[in-house]
Design a protein around this ligand. Structure first.
Ligand code: HEM
Ligand SMILES: N[C@@H](CC(=O)c1ccccc1NC=O)C(=O)O
Length: 265
């Protein structure tokens, strides 16, 4: 008599898939190549944190793309679910600055001179996040140095495609609101805000966009502090004024009309 197992015996199916092969751990762990020689101790930290950011940016774009696409179909529920995940990711992105803050400016200087003219300016995925969020600035395409053809095509497509804001206005139109003029939109926001029993999903979606906007601003604010803590008022390796440039972007808003609504309620 054979004992029929009541629970699957994981790991005994004879398959070839392993943790390392599925997640491509050998390839992942082979991507950290410090530029300093002799190697500065903190450069591994610097490379790791940026790579982790880029992985999260990739997932953020995956979620934001779907949020926008579902809004363009008139849905308000799934986009809110997607945005809630994005908020959790963005909080992680703000929080992990703690790790880089453990680096001293002296230790950063051990390898900083090897970094110029590279800088976060050249993060294509960060700019994609800004563009899909509604902060489309074609000027960045011209300022970018060293873009590959594929990266330029991705950014150009992001400038041309609908943003989250375009998606939100479509979802409002599906619910019967007119959104062509600013007056019509303000009237719509006020109706939605004033009757949440009737328009709860749209209200929650609008609030999720405000959360998204707020978290992007919190990342920028935290990034200014991270940068000034390391380089004070020195210019950046990317050729900007450094902290002063970064500070000028903290107050930017993706959805100014949702912030202005606050003063009208
Ligand atoms: C030692 C830490 C860091 C310093 C001192 C620093 C400094 C700077 C400076 C000065 C700029 C302006 C461009 C320039 O002229 O160089 C910049 C831009 C940028 N950095 Fe960093 N950064 C640091 C870490 C990070 C990290 C961990 C990320 C994560 C991806 C990041 C992402 C960016 C992005 C996306 C921009 C473009 C911002 C924009 O144009 O609005 N930075 N950084
Ligand atoms: N812009 C920074 C250097 C820096 O942080 C950096 C350099 C190369 C690649 C990514 C970077 N991260 C953010 O700007 C600086 O001026 O010190």
């Amino acid at each position: 008599m054979t004992d029929a197992p009541t629970t699957p015996r994981f790991g005994e199916q004879g398959g070839v898939l392993t943790y390392g092969s599925y997640l491509r751990i050998p390839q992942l762990l082979d991507q950290q190549h410090p530029a300093s020689d002799p190697e500065a101790h903190d450069e591994l930290l610097f490379i790791t944190i940026h790579q982790v950011y880029e992985l999260w940016f990739k997932l953020l774009l995956h979620e934001l793309d779907d949020a926008r696409d579902q809004m363009l179909k008139g849905d308000a529920y799934v986009p809110r679910v997607r945005l809630t995940r994005c908020h959790a990711i963005l909080r992680v992105l703000v929080g992990q600055v703690d790790v880089i803050d453990t680096m001293t400016p002296q230790d950063f200087l051990q390898f900083r001179n090897r970094l110029a003219p590279a800088s976060g300016f050249q993060s294509v995925q960060f700019r994609e996040v800004e563009f899909i969020s509604g902060m489309k600035d074609p000027g960045y395409l011209k300022r970018f140095r060293g873009l590959t053809d594929d990266e330029r095509a991705r950014l150009t497509a992001r400038l041309e495609e609908p943003s989250l804001w375009d998606g939100f206005l479509t979802a409002m139109r599906h619910a019967g609101f007119k959104t062509d003029t600013e007056d019509q939109r303000v009237q719509a926001y006020r109706t939605i805000a004033g009757d949440r029993a009737a328009h709860g999903q749209l209200w929650d979606l609008a609030e999720a966009l405000v959360d998204h906007d707020q978290l992007l601003s919190m990342w920028r604010a935290r990034h200014v502090l991270m940068a000034e803590r390391q380089i004070g008022t020195k210019p950046g390796t990317g050729g900007s004024a450094g902290g002063a440039y970064l500070r000028s972007r903290v107050e930017l808003r993706c959805y100014p009309e949702l912030w202005e609504l606050r003063s009208m309620l």
